[in-house]
Design a protein around this ligand. Structure first.
Ligand SMILES: CC(C)(COP(=O)(O)OP(=O)(O)OC[C@H]1O[C@@H](n2cnc3c(N)ncnc32)[C@H](O)[C@@H]1OP(=O)(O)O)[C@@H](O)C(=O)NCCC(=O)NCCS
Length: 143
């Protein structure tokens, strides 16, 4: 059974591996360890027994959530784990008015996911990524 919970220190190494393998960039062990208990941040993992299958990390500021990183193990993608993580993030912050994030313009899976969850593109950041790719800024408003 897959369980969504607050990320714990023991699972950070698995998260960094997931980020490196399936996202291509990582927040890094140090940042994750330092920010784990920051009240303005939320990191959730999706685990089956001790194996981390996905995770989501967000800043939480004045009713706004900003998603920093979000990844699901490729072998388990499109089975609902991303939705479980995202919904649990929203459940934990019932006063959320908006959710924002940046996504690589070429990232079809990510963009599809966010569109399905009622995000709209609000702007574009040219050459935002190290390799020159543009980022789309997407936002979901909650009324
Ligand atoms: C984006 C991501 C976290 C979604 O997690 P997930 O567990 O696959 O998502 P779910 O199974 O809950 O949701 C499925 C929805 O996401 C989108 N999606 C997921 N995988 C997809 C794929 N291979 N191709 C196209 N759309 C995809 C679709 O909208 C899909 O809905 P549908 O199956 O009804 O068409 C995951 O695909 C992932 O880790 N991608 C690589 C990293 C990434 O892009 N992260 C976001 C960066 S901002």
């Amino acid at each position: 059974m897959i369980k969504i919970d607050k990320l714990i220190k023991e699972d950070i190494a698995q998260v960094v591996l997931l980020e490196e393998q399936f996202l291509g960039e990582t927040l890094g062990v140090e940042m994750l360890e330092n920010e784990l208990d920051n009240e303005f941040m939320c990191f959730l993992s999706a685990k089956e027994s001790k194996k981390v299958l996905g995770y989501i990390g967000a800043y939480v500021i004045n009713g706004e959530l900003e998603i920093l990183n979000f990844v699901v193990d490729e072998n388990f993608q499109r089975t609902g784990i991303g939705t479980l993580l995202f919904n649990e993030l929203l459940n934990r912050y019932p006063n959320t008015k908006s959710v924002v994030l940046e996504v690589r313009e070429q990232n079809e899976k990510g963009i599809n996911f966010y569109k399905k969850n009622n995000f709209n593109v609000i702007s574009k950041r040219k050459h935002y990524y190290k390799n020159g790719d543009d980022a789309l800024v997407m936002m979901k408003e909650i009324i």
